[in-house]
Design a protein around this ligand. Structure first.
Ligand SMILES: [Fe+2]
Length: 283
């Protein structure tokens, strides 16, 4: 599978990344401008997605805000690098669904022939899923939610019924009869795939990433469904807790192989190695 950066825009532009970094540092634009030596009007323009910041100014902001300067400059010039994605031991079907002003991703994983699969997140709901659904996939063995938000978990009961999924998992009990909790380090396996939950709070109090591997002998690269924790070129908003989000990112970086493919809740596919090298927030 090839990444198509022309077709799948990054979730965050430079202005979004600077906005998240200012919040993380607890600085206003005026404070950041004063401390970095960047003119405040130019910083405000960048925050309004009208950046004319040059690499010297971006370097000063990166130093102040603890960001990866190379990745920040690449974002600013519209040339954030994305890796080619190959070597997964199964087929990965990204489903990109419009929701509000954005696009949310769900993912089907299947053997490359056969009609069964497993689904990660449901997007805004069944109708949106069906709009891009591959006709080959007729039945789901299981559905996994990264977190419960309308753009990622819409219509779960309807989706499980429609595809006769016997199992559905979420990171926390919600009282719904359609799914049950999958806790940290818990695994599910169907003889073809093994899915292991990693509890990764921060964007939401209850948020799981899922590590997907071929069942049995390990072969090929692993895949991480990263939800709204880690994106190509950015990280999720710490709607629940910034410190916990940082701890969750640290856990991924210290525990997963470099060649792990990352499938985020928004934006294009990437790899852990690529994000280690360029992601502004993973310096
Ligand atoms: Fe999201």
């Amino acid at each position: 599978m090839k990444n198509s950066p022309m077709q799948v825009p990054l979730e965050d532009e430079l202005g979004d990344v600077l906005d998240k970094a200012l919040s993380r540092a607890g600085l206003s634009p005026d404070q950041a401008a004063a401390r970095s030596g960047v003119e405040v009007s130019r910083l405000r323009d960048a925050l309004d997605w009208r950046s004319e910041l040059d690499c010297r100014e971006l370097g000063a902001l990166a130093a102040l805000l603890g960001l990866n300067e190379v990745g920040l400059c690449a974002l600013a010039s519209g040339s954030y690098p994305l890796p080619e994605i190959a070597g997964l031991p199964f087929c990965l079907h990204p489903l990109r669904m419009p929701h509000g002003i954005g696009v949310a991703n769900a993912y089907i994983i299947s053997e490359c022939c056969g009609s069964g699969g497993i689904l990660f997140d449901t997007g805004p709901g069944l109708e949106a899923l069906l709009a891009g659904w591959p006709s080959r996939i007729q039945k789901l063995d299981a559905v996994f939610l990264t977190h419960v938000e309308p753009e990622h978990a819409g219509g779960l009961c309807e989706v499980t019924r429609h595809f006769r999924a016997e199992h559905a998992f979420s990171p926390a009990p919600t009282g719904s009869p359609c799914h049950r909790e999958m806790v940290d380090a818990q695994s599910w396996e169907n003889g073809r795939f093994r899915v292991t939950a990693l509890s990764t709070p921060g964007h939401a109090a209850a948020h799981n990433c899922y590590l997907v591997e071929s069942a049995g002998a390990r072969r090929g690269r692993s895949l991480l469904i990263s939800g709204d924790l880690l994106f190509a070129g950015s990280v999720g908003c710490p709607l629940h807790c910034a410190e916990r989000l940082n701890a969750s990112l640290g856990r991924l970086l210290s525990s997963l192989p470099e060649d792990t493919v990352i499938a985020p809740g928004h934006g294009p596919l990437t790899t852990l190695a690529n994000e280690r090298r360029y992601n502004p927030f993973l310096r």
